[in-house]
Write a protein that binds this ligand. Structure first.
Ligand code: ZN
Length: 413
């Protein structure tokens, strides 16, 4: 599927040095040395409620990672999926008496325009789950012959037993979370309550696809597993022909650590025989005014609504960067007002003919990002530069800093 338009990445002065990027993960710190291409997969939206600020914070964070590797001169193979067939999408379509395909198409278009406004670099492949049904079915057959699949009535389940030692949370907690996030731990007849569905037989009136596993649709985790492997490692992954079927970064919100990322990774290993990802990188949750932001509370803040109210997308991006990507954080209107004031001050400084030295600021931004995306410190450096410029310091180039802000932070100011 075509994604949104790509953007020109301006060059940085050659004297800027790039430390190796360090990111924290649920399984410890990871450093990205070397110059090889990076394979990055970020879990995309279910297109029925796009794009709230939690989504935006996630995609902006992975965009900063993408931009850092690109600025280093590394190729970034970045793939994102669209979960365009899933229970919540069908439920919302039914509630609103709209065809689920139309709802998905509208929400995908809205998401793309939000990402364009926020200057998020598009993925190389933006893949809807409905486009990989045959591949999912083939992957289930491979897992079946490898001994990881069993049938329960007309449905097919993944046998998770050999992966349980890698659970990121205690088993009892996992059971509870699994039930809350799309799993069916209570269904009788399963080998283990945590076994996730791979292929769900069609229920009357619901969409389905023909396959060797019957008419139905896939579970959520197998979709991401197959899209990541196919679009980042190539079509041979089903033949286990090489040991190259691993990716560098599996990304998404911290609510995906379990069960989604755990299950996708287990299923990938069941196909290829090797670990799925070098690292799992997760973004924190964004709350509103002291409360968790959620569909059920009805307090989601949507990017498109802020834009419709006339909020500058660069102010939204600045506000999102002014917090740490992996921490849970709160959103409120004061953050937006503060970002508006900061952006105005930086723009005023960038518009002056004589500005304070810019190379040290660029180096501070790069070094801050390399330290687990410390974008907050990067912005502090830029604000200090604006203040120095206002007080008459000289010796820099506004164009040079402006290009650097665009390249590294995606801020076109
Ligand atoms: Zn996913």
């Amino acid at each position: 599927m075509n994604s949104w338009p790509t953007l020109y990445l301006p060059p940085l002065p050659g004297s800027i040095s790039f430390p190796e990027l360090l990111l924290t993960t649920p399984f410890g710190d990871r450093r990205y040395s070397g110059t090889d291409a990076i394979r990055m997969y970020v879990c995309g939206i279910t297109p029925y409620d796009a794009t709230h600020l939690g989504h935006a914070a996630t995609y902006v964070a992975f965009d900063v990672i993408n931009r850092y590797f690109s600025a280093q001169g590394r190729k970034v193979d970045f793939v994102e999926n669209i979960t365009d067939i899933d229970e919540p999408l069908l439920e919302r379509a039914e509630r609103d008496s709209i065809d689920w395909k139309d709802l998905a198409a509208d929400q995908i278009a809205l998401y793309e325009s939000d990402m364009t406004a926020l200057r998020v670099l598009p993925p190389l492949a933006f893949v809807p789950a409905t486009k990989v049904m045959d591949l999912v079915s083939e992957a289930i057959s491979v897992m079946h012959s490898n001994g990881f699949v069993y049938q329960l009535e007309k449905d097919f389940y993944f046998d998770i037993s050999s992966f349980l030692q890698g659970l990121p949370i205690p088993y009892d907690e996992a059971l509870e979370v699994f039930g809350q996030r799309g799993g069916d731990p209570q269904r009788s007849g399963k080998r283990n309550p945590l076994d996730p569905i791979l292929w769900l037989a069609n229920k009357p009136g619901e969409p389905g696809w023909e396959s060797v596993h019957g008419f139905g649709r896939p579970g959520w985790h197998i979709e991401c597993c197959v899209i990541a492997l196919r679009y980042l490692t190539g079509p041979q992954f089903l033949q286990r022909a090489s040991s190259e079927f691993s990716i560098d970064i599996q990304g998404g919100g911290s609510d995906l650590i379990f069960p989604h990322h755990f299950m996708s990774a287990a299923q990938s290993s069941a196909i290829t025989g090797i670990p799925f990802s070098f690292s799992f990188v997760n973004t924190g949750m964004v709350g509103l005014d002291g409360e968790k932001m959620s569909k059920s509370k009805g307090n989601l803040v949507f990017v498109s609504r802020l834009l419709a109210q006339g909020v500058d997308p660069m102010v939204i991006r600045f506000a999102l960067l002014n917090g740490h990507y992996s921490s849970d954080r709160m959103w409120n209107n004061d953050l937006l007002l503060q970002a508006e004031a900061d952006v105005a001050e930086i723009r005023a400084a960038l518009s002056r003919e004589e500005v304070a030295e810019t190379l040290p600021v660029l180096q501070s931004i790069v070094s801050a990002i390399a330290r687990d995306l410390d974008t907050q410190s990067a912005l502090v450096a830029v604000k200090q530069w604006a203040k120095a410029t206002q007080s008459g310091h000289l010796g820099g180039s506004a164009g040079e800093l402006s290009r650097g802000l665009d390249l590294l932070l995606g801020l076109a100011l």
